[in-house]
Design a binder for this molecule. Structure first.
Ligand SMILES: [Zn+2]
Length: 444
């Protein structure tokens, strides 16, 4: 789930945005941020027959205090990892610049060839591999040891390392390509590089978001058509009812990496693919699977990939403008000491990356709120489409394995890229209360 993108993230300038999009399209989570409990006067008798709050409490009580403490600790540790990862990245940039290692890497590239694009490519490859190596201790702790500590991983070290190396190879190809194009643009347009550079980053982001599910995901997992079953028939019926042109459902072996449940509906230009992971198929009830897929279909029908691209495009343009402003100032002061000739000099890449990471770190609540709001929309769509409020609530309980169930409002605003489990369960129970008269809901 995290491998290809997380690596890519550390490797190129468009990192922050790249991580967010595919990461989300793979998560199957569901729920709503804002909950309105004030029922209309006519709904009063309904509320009397179905108590939303006690139903929510009953689902929350399915988790033992130990399980709650464990998932709280895992998720809250993530807040600190965000900070450590940020500071670690700054330290790596400082090391590359302060020791003039970055300038020497550029000199190596310039001695190797006279072609500017090739020089950029050589430097980019050096940079991507070196930062992956320097960042490895943190990656190893965060993605291997810590995942095992919380019993979320199914991989031994060799299997995990194989995925890391494949992720690095993908990052090397895509990152080098992106940097060659961005630097060609920076040199061409000089002062207005930030707007053109942002344009390239956005196009590249759209490209990666488009090819990732089709070409990158299969490098890590195997996709097989889901065998004929009642559930498969119902999934395809749900798709048809919502105007999704899919005629097959795929199952992929996510259990190879972790115990996490997930699904996605991906594709553009008429190629739609509904994928469920084997953890979801093995660990969830049919009602849960349908509830999760209702949510995923919501992402597809509501064009969330494009919505996010628009939001991220705006944030990237603002980020590049700020980076340009800051780069000029830092360069005026330290450019000589670090042997960086200007913004068009690839040796300045660690500085560009560091400045952009300061921006994305500061904007964490904004990025999270954009995605959380979109996720809440998909939740609402999924409840209406699948009509499985209890399946939805059960899935929210299972997702608590790696997400804190009941954060404070500020905590949810800053750190949550999906609505919290409590919010999702509560929203599902509100939906149930409002549909309790319907025979299919009342029957449960
Ligand atoms: Zn989602």
């Amino acid at each position: 789930m995290r491998h290809p993108r997380a690596l890519l993230a550390t490797l190129c300038l468009v990192a922050a945005a790249i991580t967010t999009i595919p990461a989300r399209s793979q998560t199957s989570d569901t729920a709503a941020t804002r909950v309105t409990t004030s029922l209309a006067p006519t709904a009063a008798p309904v509320a009397a027959r179905f108590d939303v709050d006690s139903a929510t409490r009953a689902y929350m009580a399915q988790l033992s205090p130990e399980a709650r403490a464990r998932s709280d600790a895992y998720f809250e540790g993530g807040y600190w990892l965000l900070l450590w990862g940020f500071l670690y990245g700054l330290a790596v940039a400082w090391l590359l610049l302060g020791t003039r290692l970055s300038a020497r890497m550029r000199d190596v590239a310039e001695r190797a060839t006279r072609r500017r694009a090739l020089q950029t490519a050589i430097y980019a490859a050096e940079y991507i591999v070196l930062t992956a190596i320097l960042g490895f201790p943190l990656t190893l702790y965060r993605d291997f040891f810590r995942e095992h500590q919380y019993a979320l991983s199914n991989q031994n070290f060799i299997q995990w390392m194989r995925d890391e190396v494949v992720g690095l190879a993908v990052g090397l190809v895509l990152g080098t390509l992106a940097l060659v194009i961005i630097y060609a643009v920076i040199r061409k347009v000089a002062r207005s590089w930030w707007i053109w550079g942002a344009g390239v980053a956005i196009v590249f982001l759209a490209f990666v978001a488009t090819i990732a599910p089709v070409y990158i995901a299969p490098l890590f997992n195997t996709y097989r058509p889901l065998p004929e079953s009642q559930l498969r028939t119902e999934i395809l019926s749900l798709a048809r009812a919502n105007g999704i042109p899919a005629n097959n459902v795929y199952e992929f072996n996510a259990s190879k990496q972790s115990k996490r449940i997930s699904a996605n509906v991906s594709g553009m230009f008429g190629t739609v693919r509904i994928s469920v992971n084997d953890n979801l198929m093995n660990r969830a009830t049919p009602a849960e699977v349908k509830a999760v897929l209702g949510h995923e279909m919501g992402h597809y029908v509501l064009d969330h990939v494009y919505t996010e691209l628009v939001f991220f495009a705006v944030l990237i343009v603002i980020g590049f403008a700020l980076v340009q402003w800051a780069f000029a100032r830092v360069h005026a002061r330290y450019g000589g000491r670090w042997d960086i000739r200007g913004v068009g000099d690839v040796a300045g890449l660690p500085l560009l990356v560091a400045l952009f990471s300061i921006y994305t770190f500061a904007m964490t609540p904004v990025f999270n709120t954009i995605t959380r709001t979109i996720e809440a929309q998909a939740d609402a769509f999924g409840l209406n489409a699948a009509r499985e409020p209890d399946g939805f609530a059960l899935a929210a309980v299972q997702l608590s394995e790696y997400r804190k169930m009941h954060p404070g409002p500020i905590e949810e605003l800053v750190f949550f890229d999906h609505p919290s489990g409590w919010n999702r369960i509560h929203r599902a129970m509100v939906w149930k209360a409002e549909h309790i008269e319907h025979p299919s809901i009342a029957a449960e």
